[in-house]
Design a protein around this ligand. Structure first.
Ligand SMILES: [Zn+2]
Length: 114
């Protein structure tokens, strides 16, 4: 930070949040749905009682240019990329907190809106 810049409120909080954001080295957007399903065959283990369902089908869905894009992942792939899905949620949370701290800093430093 420029040493001539006045120190704004909540500096320690904002620095800590920014440092946590900087630690996230991978992010994947969208959501993951794990499904076990029955098929259309009349005689299949998925119709047994108790049933042995097909799957897991791991469906990763995200939006690209307004369109939904789906990709299926293997259980191994989900294990590999789960931290990046978790990081995306964490990034959203950290950005929201950083916004709040920044808004409070502005209001405290600049005074009430006139
Ligand atoms: Zn089946």
């Amino acid at each position: 930070m420029d040493p001539d810049t006045p120190r704004l409120p909540f500096q320690a909080t904002r620095t800590a949040l920014a440092a946590q954001l900087a630690e996230l080295d991978g992010l994947l957007p969208g959501s993951v749905l794990v499904r076990h399903m029955r098929c259309g065959k009349r005689r299949c283990a998925c119709k047994d009682d108790p049933p042995t369902l097909h799957g897991p089908y791991i469906q990763w869905t995200r939006t690209v240019a307004g369109k939904t894009v789906t990709r299926y992942l293997s259980p191994e792939q989900l294990d590999r990329y789960q931290p990046w899905f978790d990081n995306a949620r964490r990034a959203k949370d950290l950005v929201a907190k950083l916004e709040t701290a920044s808004l409070h800093a502005l209001e405290q430093h600049e005074g009430p809106n006139r």
